[in-house]
Design a protein around this ligand. Structure first.
Ligand SMILES: NC(=O)c1ccc[n+]([C@@H]2O[C@H](COP(=O)([O-])OP(=O)(O)OC[C@H]3O[C@@H](n4cnc5c(N)ncnc54)[C@H](OP(=O)(O)O)[C@@H]3O)[C@@H](O)[C@H]2O)c1
Length: 335
């Protein structure tokens, strides 16, 4: 079967490959015809050699969606023809984080989804909302799971204030799910045009962090000096101290991203004095994704897929995500 492999850590190293096609699913397994994939920043980090411990050649890409072709013994609740989101944490069906559950990730420590047919644990496939097309479904696993866990961690509901940094996939999905919970959402971006698009998506306020580098002061102004219940911290060292400043007393800084690196000098005083909760996260379980997808179905949320690339242009999709000009998600069609 056709597949795409990354043969070395470089955006110039994608090659078409012919791999053996799985034919009969094992116990508890399903075969899925992959229809679409989407990129996350982690895929770019892997392809640029910024993620440790990768064995090449690797079938890349964590997030995918497809149609079930065959169901093995012992599989319940899924049948041939079901449309599923493939959860990238392949061995984390539910429950708390453990080292083993977090380590197994498609496109990182396991083969990814850029293949015609993939065999996966049925417990890592989640039925997709009916209203979504393939690229939209593929856009969800990492970002919807993470956004859901952020909102749950901070108990976000009506009257909460949420700040999301930038207009990448995780931030916009958090915006959409936070609005569905009745929260007020403030978005930061490098671009006024992207802020206008975020407002059209439901954002209540936008702050251009290029024009206003002290965006945390903007958040405090907009919240009457109180600060946000939740700050989704995607950027890392460049923003971390401001995220602490933008959070309210007892608020949550959900620390997920490293867009500007991983090493930060941190003043602990705001964490201590404001009783902040600095909460790390490593995606989450398939059950978390299922919860998020139920909310997405109930509110008929449409994920923001900025552009769909044909599989022959995978490298262009990676370059576009690395360049940061996108709004939301970039998807790859596998037909
Ligand atoms: N740990 C987890 O569970 C988890 C889950 C999901 C994602 N992540 C991480 O979260 C980060 C975002 O992931 P993603 O896939 O959503 O990324 P993405 O789609 O590539 O988002 C990139 C966007 O972030 C904004 N940005 C970049 N540098 C920034 C900075 N210094 N300050 C503020 N905003 C900045 C830009 O938005 P504008 O152009 O609007 O400024 C950029 O377009 C990545 O580091 C990723 O690895 C972690």
């Amino acid at each position: 079967m056709r597949a795409i492999q990354l043969v070395s850590p470089s955006l110039n190293s994608f090659v078409a490959a012919d791999l053996p096609e799985p034919s009969v699913p094992g116990h508890g397994q399903i075969l899925v015809a992959v229809r679409a994939a989407s990129l996350n920043y982690i895929d770019v980090a892997v392809a640029q050699g910024h993620y440790p411990g990768i064995a090449f050649p690797l079938v890349p890409v964590a997030d995918g969606a497809g149609e079930i072709l065959a169901v093995g013994e012992g599989v319940h609740g899924l049948v041939v023809g079901d449309r599923v989101a493939l959860h990238p944490k392949a061995r984390w069906p539910a429950g708390r984080a453990t080292a083993e559950r977090m380590a197994a990730m498609r496109g990182v420590s396991l083969p990814g989804v850029l293949v015609e047919v993939i065999e996966v644990d049925a417990s890592s496939a989640v039925k997709a909302p009916d209203h979504l097309g393939w690229e939209a479904i593929a856009a969800l696993p990492v970002v919807a799971t993470t956004a859901w866990n952020a909102l749950e961690a901070a108990h976000v509901g009506p009257g909460s204030t949420v700040v999301v940094l930038g207009t990448g996939g995780t931030s916009l999905t958090t915006l959409q799910l936070a609005k569905a919970r009745g929260a007020r959402v403030i978005v930061t971006s490098s671009s006024d045009d992207k802020l206008a698009r975020a407002r059209a998506l439901g954002a209540d306020e936008g702050i251009n962090y290029r024009a206003q580098p002290a965006w945390d002061e903007g958040v405090l102004r907009l919240t009457g000096g109180i600060g946000a219940d939740l700050v989704l911290e995607t950027a890392g060292p460049q923003t971390f101290m401001r995220s602490l400043a933008a959070a309210r007393q007892g608020g949550t800084v959900f620390t997920i991203g490293f867009l500007s690196g991983t090493v930060a000098e941190v003043d602990l005083l705001p964490v201590i004095v404001k009783s902040l909760r600095v909460q790390g996260n490593n995606t989450g379980s398939a059950e978390d994704l299922a919860d998020a997808l139920r909310a997405i179905a109930a509110h008929r949320i449409e994920p923001v897929v900025d552009r769909v690339y044909p599989s022959a242009q995978v490298a262009d999709a990676y370059r576009a995500l690395a360049g940061g000009g996108h709004f939301g998600k970039l998807a790859i069609a596998l037909t």
